[in-house]
Write a protein that binds this ligand. Structure first.
Ligand SMILES: *C/C=C(C)/C=C/C=C(C)/C=C/C1=C(C)CCCC1(C)C
Length: 261
């Protein structure tokens, strides 16, 4: 069973990265540094989730294995970035913008693939749907990055990012992707699709709220960077870990249902 071995291999590579990176900190975490503590907590939660998603691929039916593997990749890539972000924050007290956006640049397209895989488990999906979601993603992240990194005024950059996100929402609620969620799909898959729409709407909305609080309320940037990072960190728990757990719930219940037949 080559697939089974592959997931163990991926797990092994991920697990061996952990000790090397987890000890990279050059400063000690202060007990009153709540943002730093949140970086720590979430790093560990992401690692545990990665192990869980990879190992659970062995339990689910074939067509769900890739979805769970992608969930594990999202949490693995994020975990590695969280180690670096935590170090930047603990050592300097500054927002780790570059690491944050490199993380998003990899993990948001992976989540789009995840979305596409769920649709593909229901029915044939035109590849154009995936590409349009990806274009929306790039516009959204490019806008956010040039604003946060100081290459562009924060308000117009925010608006560009919002347009990218609005386009994704349009595609998922009114565009071709929305029409694909056909009635013949099993109920649990349909409810997963609805839940994923909720994630992209409510879960993802936490990020622009973070940007707004961090840059657009006219506060001193150093005072608002704590809020910015706390909000982004919370958003990642919802959108990376909880999102993966949703996929896992559907995958296991669909697998059990098929086995009971
Ligand atoms: C795992 C990381 C995820 C799911 C990151 C998602 C990021 C966003 C939805 C960011 C959205 C933004 C806007 C909608 C406006 C501009 C500022 C951003 C980039 C924070």
């Amino acid at each position: 069973m080559p697939k089974l071995r592959l997931s163990w291999l991926a797990f092994g590579v991920g697990a061996s990265l952990v000790p090397a990176l987890a000890h990279a900190a050059t400063e000690n975490l202060r007990s009153d540094d709540y943002v730093g503590i949140s970086f720590w907590l979430i790093s560990m939660a992401l690692i545990a989730s990665t192990a869980f998603f990879f190992l659970e691929t062995q339990r689910v039916a074939g067509k769900w294995k890739t979805s769970l593997t992608v969930s594990g990749l999202v949490t693995l890539v994020a975990a590695v970035h969280y180690f670096y972000m935590r170090d930047v924050w603990v050592a300097t007290g500054e927002t780790p913008t570059v690491y944050r956006y490199i993380d998003w640049l990899i993990t948001v397209p992976l989540l789009m693939i995840e979305f596409y895989l769920i649709l593909a488990a229901i029915t044939k999906v035109p590849a154009g749907v995936f590409w349009r979601l990806l274009i929306g993603t790039f516009v959204m992240l490019a806008g956010g990055y040039v604003g946060e990194a100081g290459y562009f005024a924060v308000w117009p950059a925010f608006i560009v990012g919002m347009i990218g996100w609005a386009y994704i929402l349009y595609e998922v609620f009114l565009g071709q992707a929305s029409k694909i969620n056909a009635a013949e799909a099993p109920e649990s898959v349909q409810s997963a699709f609805k839940l994923m729409r909720l994630i992209v709407t409510i879960g993802w909305a936490i990020y622009p709220i973070g940007y707004f609080v961090g840059y657009l309320m006219g506060q001193d940037p150093s005072a608002s960077s704590a809020a910015l990072n706390l909000i982004y960190n919370l958003a990642d728990v919802v959108n990376k870990i909880a999102f993966g757990v949703i996929i896992w719930t559907v995958a296991t219940s669909e697998t059990d249902r098929a086995a009971a037949k």
